[in-house]
Design a protein around this ligand. Sequence first.
Ligand code: F0G
Length: 472
Amino acid sequence: MSNIIRGKTIVESRERRSWAEPYKIKMVERLKTTTREQRLRAIAEAGYNTFLLRSKDVYIDLLTDSGTSAMSDHQWAGIMMGDEAYSGSENFYHLEAAVQKFYGFPYMVPTHQGRGAEHLLSRIMIRQGQTVPGNMYFTTTRLHQELAGATFVDVIIDEAHDPASLHPFKGNVDLAKLQALIDREGADNIPYVCVAATVNMAGGQPISMQNMRDVHALCARHGIKIFLDATRAVENAYFIQQREEGYKNRSVASILHEFCVYSDGATMSGKKDLLVNIGGFLAMRDPNIYQQASSLVVVFEGMHTYGGLAGRDMEAMARGIEEAVDDDHIRARVGQVEYLGEKLIGWGIPIVLPVGGHAVYLDAKRFLPHLTQDQFPAQTLAAELYIQGGIRSMERGIVSAGRDPVTGAQRYPKLELVRLTIPRRVYTQAHLDVTAESVADCFDRRASITGLTMTYEPQYLRFFQARFEPIA
Ligand code: F0G
């Protein structure tokens, strides 16, 4: 169990027992520091949106853990073993076997990344006017559900919306909310329940095995399918090992396998857990759904044996699946995130608790309490952090939440967060120290920070490309 859940932090104490990275470095990528003047110019050119910065202007890049991990020598060797046949590539069969072995799903189609799988699943499963419940929305997942004609309904427990709650499984589905929704909409109008593990928008929070079992039992009673967003399910399995009764002597691999048993399939962005720069898949148990997926994947991604990926990409992902579930790897990965989080907690900086699996989330509402949500506190803080130390983070608040597709009204999410996302196997503890110090410097001058106004708003997933200006 983490120190935070026990209610204390021991980063600086003699009690601390370190994890060390279970790898050593063979090749490095050089980083460049910039001056404050250069950064002020760069962020203004980027419309105060960290997504629009050029990566050459960034010192420590914590925008995302997606596609930004370092591959191992074993994965790079796999890149050289790419079988670039148009169909029936050997690498596809390696990938399929790894998905079957570690996730337990008999069928899968590769996709270019997670949203490719979400697109296929939404088109196959959803009919116009249906409702898809989920444990908090994710941007691309919800958009694909909406484009297919569904309305997303959040059925996560209330604690997930409270950044200070210490609930160990804030990703849990609220069974009463789910039951009430089924009663109201009717099981026939719910094509599937979408269960994310971990929950990105709640702060990388896990869902417990018991909750997954309960969701499965409830859905089975009503004949409703469950599809996992398994993007960070390995990190979720690690939290189950650390926090849930009965799992501490089980391997992460065996926990992951059990977790998947309670679902009918999964969408996957391999760019996270699976340690690759590109790739994903849609997996399932039902041969009829597989048949539809394999005919639809050809339209949007590519043949069912490559789905938009080169053979070498599939090989790297197949090897990544095996490395991802290694207990030493996942302990160090989550341990690094926790290290940064505990350091910030120790300095009294408001973050989402407990620390999540892939990122530390600054609570911008408490960091900048003098800004209204319409002044984009998280967007502002992300820009300030870049100006302060060349550190790139991501807004996860009102800009990401976007507008209601029917009414066009602005959504006001309870959580207004800045995500410091840790790529896997990329940065050292010293990088995290520098990051923490930059955050603390911003915190010290927080009263002088003013907000932003939006000057350009794209139609879809506006956070990627929106532009802003400082409030005069
Ligand atoms: N589901 C979750 C939980 C995700 O975090 C992401 C991507 C996706 C699906 C979509 O996968 O990017 O491969 O198409 N999250 C990235 C992030 C973008 O930064 O959190 P994708």
